[in-house]
Design a protein around this ligand. Structure first.
Ligand code: SF4
Length: 198
């Protein structure tokens, strides 16, 4: 039964929610394309620059980026090659294995990130106007949906509390043992610098 069949969709709330999520997924693609056109880059190249800017060197290998963005390694390598030709990144060769490298942004690459990383702002503006209680319900549902999709292996890398070795349940509450902190719904992270796989 397809959620895109309008008879199925309009008489069933589950189907409408899924169809709505599909509609929302288009928003990021559209907003990113606008930035991509302005800078003569592909949406993937912009996503790579933004990701590299905000993550540690161990997450900037071709293998890691391929997993993160659900692309093949050759596709990521091609995008990296173009970014290097445009002098937006530099490869840093691994001293123990000359075939592998991590990626740094050049000053020009950092400038592109500054000019593009706000691409989701139209959405942020709308969310910021919602009531806090509604945001918490929304975040609870989004974070649960992400972990469920991760368990089904639909989405791969997830640096979220629910996959982290520092996460536990204490007195029926989410708890981070590293930060020694009770985690309320709004504290659950989906991309944490301190994350370590459980
Ligand atoms: S280290 Fe980060 S991801 Fe892990 S439980 Fe603590 S807050 Fe969550």
């Amino acid at each position: 039964m397809s959620v895109f069949n309008l008879d199925n969709q309009n008489k069933n709330l589950d189907n409408k929610i899924v169809a709505g999520l599909e509609r929302l997924s288009q928003v990021f693609r559209i907003l990113l394309w606008e930035k991509a056109k302005e800078h003569s880059l592909s949406p993937l190249q912009i996503q790579l620059l933004i990701f590299i800017r905000h993550h540690s060197a161990d997450k900037t290998t071709v293998s890691y980026l391929a997993q993160e963005f659900n692309f093949t390694k050759p596709t990521i390598s091609d995008a990296i090659k173009t970014l290097e030709q445009k002098q937006l990144i530099q490869k840093v060769t691994n001293t123990s294995d000359a075939r592998s490298y991590t990626i740094n942004l050049t000053a020009a690459g950092k400038k592109i990130v500054l000019e593009t990383e706000n691409f989701a702002n139209p959405l942020t503006t709308i969310i910021s106007k919602a009531k806090d209680s509604d945001k918490i319900v929304l975040w609870d549902n989004i974070s649960s949906l992400i972990i469920s999709l991760n368990k089904l292996e639909v989405i791969s890398v997830q640096r979220t509390c629910f996959n982290c070795k520092h996460y536990s349940i204490k007195n029926k509450h989410h708890f981070c043992n590293l930060l020694d902190l009770k985690l309320l719904t709004q504290d659950i992270r989906i991309d944490c610098k301190e994350f370590e796989i459980a």
